[in-house]
Ligand binder design. Sequence first.
Ligand code: BES
Ligand code: MN
Ligand code: MN
Length: 462
Amino acid sequence: MNQTQHFSESNKERYLSELIDLLKIPSISADPAYKNEVQKCAESLAQGLTNIGIDKVEICQTAGNPIVYGEKIINPAKPTILVYGHYDVQPADPLDLWTSPAFEPVIKTTEKHPQGAIFARGACDDKGQMFMHVKAVESMLAANELPCNVKFMIEGEEEVGSENLAIFVKNEKERLKADVILVSDTGMLANDVPSITTGLRGLSYVEVEVTGPNRDLHSGLYGGCVANPINVLAQMIASLHDSTGKITIPGFYDKVIELSDEERAEMAKAPFSHEAYCEALDIEETMGEAGYSTMERGSIRPTLDVNGIWGGYTGEGAKTVIASQAFAKISMRLVPDQDPTEITNLFLTHFESIAPKGTRVKVKPHHGGEAAVTPIDSVGYKAASLAYEKSFGKKPIPVRSGGSIPIVAMFEKELGLKTILMGFGLDSDAIHSPNEHFGLFNFYKGIETIPYFYHYYTELTK
Ligand code: BES
Ligand code: MN
Ligand code: MN
């Protein structure tokens, strides 16, 4: 392993400048206007894999954005690690809130990253983290210390639901044969508090439309006489939570797995400062389901949030009008064993049932995904834990995350494989927000830790 770390160390400037080049490509999957950029990003990544000596590199076309695949089989008798990541990014807007342009990466220091962080869309989610794996494997190959086989599968549609990857995984079971899946697309508690993600929430996402009168109306002539779709939508949404913060959709909690008191006590050991949490967000108090801590609300409990709401007049000045329609986008984060399709249907039935007379409601389901949990007694988890202990000098804490990576549940279902989530981002890295960044410490720590995982995983499976 020493030669590997030595190689990483002496090539760290180049590793960073290659990441900067990758971050300059606006590979936004949500907006079809960036199709060429997405393709360009896939090509650049494929070239990068070829350059470090990966075999069978292929840009696999799908009905959507391509998947970049490559493998290095050193010995079929050795274990195989399948690395998953994504090269697509979220849209950068609102652009005016960025302190430097989203696709012109620059390094700046922050309170959490005194050694500097790279600012760009995708820096943390997920180009920076995915690229750590490419560079870690480069170092192991260059040092002749790759201890096992590796396969790369980097997709370009994670931020839009991974639908084509799901098809690819179903069709390519032979090619994707592996022993464990390794992903860096989550976070850790702090730079001096290493942690491993042991759970992800599922997702059900719907768009709703409330229609009232057949046209926009003068709010003086008709106000107070007909159902105002915006008023109605606001009331309907407000009624989705009760006064204790519980979701009121009948059946919503039926399949939720409650954690035992022991598990909750174990979770509560992770360091968490309510004060620092509020201060970082400029809020006076937190809010959520009664009876649960903030950490629990954001990981082991299902939630419902409006992500966008619109309708009526929103331009300059005042226009006295009752809109004919109102709209909202709503996400529900799910926990094991809630089924996203079932939850979407429960939502639909309930939402239609609470629409008052004089309105019509439409619910349009979007992509979703199931929650996932990783046991901490697996070989993969043990190897990851040893790897962190080696590079951070501290045993990592297992933490369940509130985010979603729907393909992880698919990996288990279709390939029968558990995923190890070795995330190196911080919650404060502003993923999906303006000024997304990734600490240089984190980038290099990832490149240092990953080879240890390969080493311990190979040793423990002997
Ligand atoms: N990498 C994130 C998910 C994540 C971030 C998990 C931090 C845990 C910690 C991923 O790219 C993402 O944004 N997922 C989406 C879901 C997807 C279906 C659009 C999400 O969680 O909103
Ligand atoms: Mn991601
Ligand atoms: Mn994301």
